[in-house]
Design a protein around this ligand. Structure first.
Ligand code: B1M
Length: 207
């Protein structure tokens, strides 16, 4: 039994085996962040590369994603232990045209674990839906996720819509193709490369 078995289950799409494998690793005292990074996130990178090479197709990416999600659900309560910092409300979502939600969910889970209240708008979220939710919830931060280069412009549209609505809410962006330079260019308040970094950033933005 090792993290390698968890990795292998994701690339074998062995969703049924996942709960048992994850629970065994937890019981064995495996570091939760290591389990997440090496057992669940790393195989998705492999799957993405195989997809780019034409060795795997969309249904396979989806099966790998479902298997990964099964493992994530079990890890959820253990992620991002609250650090006793000032919590705030964060509206989070994947931008218009983009259906990828694993990274966004992971970020949301870790922020929740970090003591923030999360209002998750889901995927394919219109800019105005972010504006409405930020207003209604008096959110401190709006978090935007994008996984496609073709949906990055929707991130800029959303940041602009929030500004045009006169909201003082801070914006935090992330997702595989997103960079700090892009975040700066579109006028987002902050950028994080990964989920633990998003918690750190949100804490900074709320101080
Ligand atoms: Co898609 N897909 N996909 N896909 N998919 C990618 C993103 C791709 C890189 C694969 C590839 O070609 N190598 C490629 C994008 C190319 C590009 O634009 N540069 C791609 C493509 C092309 C597509 C389609 C267009 C395929 C098609 O139909 N021809 C299509 C688009 C559909 C759409 O959105 N409109 C599509 C569809 C799908 C599935 C539905 C099959 C499935 C998504 C299932 C789901 O999410 N429920 C899927 C998957 C699974 C992937 C890959 C394999 C894995 C994504 C993932 O979940 N990673 C992906 C390849 C890859 O990224 N390795 C790929 C694991 C996740 C934990 O990481 O989401 O990066 P990630 O999140 C990280 C950080 O980015 C960051 O923190 C997270 C954790 O550390 N982060 C934030 C994310 N959001 C953040 C927000 C923050 C802060 C940090 O603040 C708010």
């Amino acid at each position: 039994m090792s993290i390698r078995d968890v990795y292998q289950a994701v690339i074998d799409f062995d969703e049924d085996a996942m709960p048992d494998l994850i629970n065994k690793e937890i019981a064995a005292g495996t570091d939760i962040n290591k389990l997440l990074q090496e057992g669940l996130i790393a195989p998705m990178d492999y799957v993405g590369t195989q997809f780019s090479l034409g060795e795997l197709f969309v249904p396979e990416m989806l099966m790998a994603a479902q298997t990964m999600k099964r493992g994530l659900e079990i890890l959820k309560p253990k992620l991002g232990a609250a650090g006793g910092t000032t919590a705030g409300k964060i509206v989070i979502g994947t931008v218009k045209g983009d259906l990828h939600d694993i990274g966004k969910n992971l970020v949301g889970m870790m922020l929740e674990g970090g003591g923030f209240e999360i209002i998750d708008l889901g995927v394919d979220v219109e800019p105005m839906a972010f504006v409405t939710a930020a207003k209604e919830n008096n959110a401190a931060i709006v978090g935007l996720s994008a996984l496609l280069t073709t949906t990055m412009p929707a991130m800029e549209e959303t940041v602009n819509a929030l500004k045009e609505a006169g909201l003082t809410v801070k914006t935090m962006v992330g997702g595989a193709p997103v960079t700090k330079a892009f975040a700066d260019k579109i006028g987002a308040t902050g950028y994080s490369e990964d989920a633990p970094g998003a918690v750190e950033l949100a804490r900074k933005l709320c101080h």
